[in-house]
Design a protein around this ligand. Structure first.
Ligand code: ARG
Length: 281
């Protein structure tokens, strides 16, 4: 309710071109870390204050090669479902959004844990017990599974891939990486920083398979890798959520509040339709 009021306030002020009114919400340039809530008269007192790396800005960090969740388009812009979602959250909080340069996936949780660089990580990141020891997660925003990818001409079975001479690519530190270790322990796992490099490797025959999140596999096969196929959809039952520092519980609350509004007002369905062509994901 509170954030909704603030959002409407920002929107109306923006529509009226009242730059002076917005000045308090936008980044002034070299601002220091500051409590960002309770800056409007209509606030109710039930919202804990939170801190931001940069005043007026929700600073995001992610690995940016995970289409359609976050990737760099031909014009060099950071785009994707998570990017739109983060923008929608920021709008509800009266903030703007910024993205740090691409970072390896397995550095994201440590970056949030250490603090000082980014406020949130939204990166198609699955809630796991290990990660929960280091960061907090928002309420989940999307369900996901894994996919086992092979060359379209391959006659491999999942069982036949569990052999030492078989090289299976994954993105380092992901749940797909873990899945290989637990389920195909005899295979030679090839952890890579870049998902596309893994798919290229399967395409050229350097690796015999890759394990990666199903929606990303479906998207990238449809866009760029028609010579690959999904051998098996693996029902891991994962949930994506936003990672926030354990030292910033007020921000976690504000994000959950914004997410609930985004579910309720139809924004989430709009974004799913835009990026996946269906709301049924
Ligand atoms: N969902 C998987 C995980 O959390 C993979 C996420 C990879 N995300 C990315 N932006 N590269 O481990």
């Amino acid at each position: 309710m509170t954030s909704m009021n603030r959002r409407n306030f920002v929107k109306i002020a923006g529509a009226a071109g009242a730059a002076a009114l917005l000045a308090g919400c936008d980044n002034g340039g070299d601002a220091e870390q500051t409590p960002a809530t309770d800056d409007t008269a209509d606030d109710t007192p039930d919202e804990a204050p939170y801190t931001l790396v940069k005043e007026g800005v929700l600073t995001n960090v992610a690995e940016l090669g995970f289409s359609p969740f976050e990737y760099i388009d031909e014009d060099g812009n950071t785009v994707g479902f998570d990017v739109d979602l983060s923008n929608a959250i920021a709008e509800k909080l009266g903030l703007t959004c910024e993205w740090l340069p691409n970072q390896a996936f397995d550095t994201l949780v440590p970056t949030i844990e250490q603090g000082g660089k980014a406020d949130i990580c939204i990166a198609g990141m699955t809630i796991t017990d290990d990660r929960l020891e280091h960061v907090d997660f928002s309420d989940p925003y999307l369900n996901s599974n894994q996919a086992l990818i092979v060359s379209a001409s391959s006659d491999a079975t999942t069982e036949s891939l569990n052999a030492e001479e078989i090289q299976i690519a994954c993105q380092t530190g992901t749940t797909g990486d873990e899945w290989i270790q637990e389920n195909l322990p005899n295979a030679t796992r090839v952890p890579l920083s870049d998902v596309t490099a893994g798919m290229m490797g399967v395409s050229t025959g350097s690796y015999q398979a890759m394990v990666i999140d199903l929606p990303v596999a479906q998207n990238m096969l449809a866009q760029s890798f028609s010579d690959l196929k999904i051998l098996e959809e693996i029902p891991t039952g994962e949930q994506y959520a936003i990672a926030v520092s354990k030292d910033n519980p007020g921000l976690l609350d504000a994000i959950n509040d914004a997410l609930a509004q985004i579910e309720e007002d139809g924004t989430m369905d709009e974004l799913k339709q835009k990026w996946f062509g269906t709301t049924d994901i």
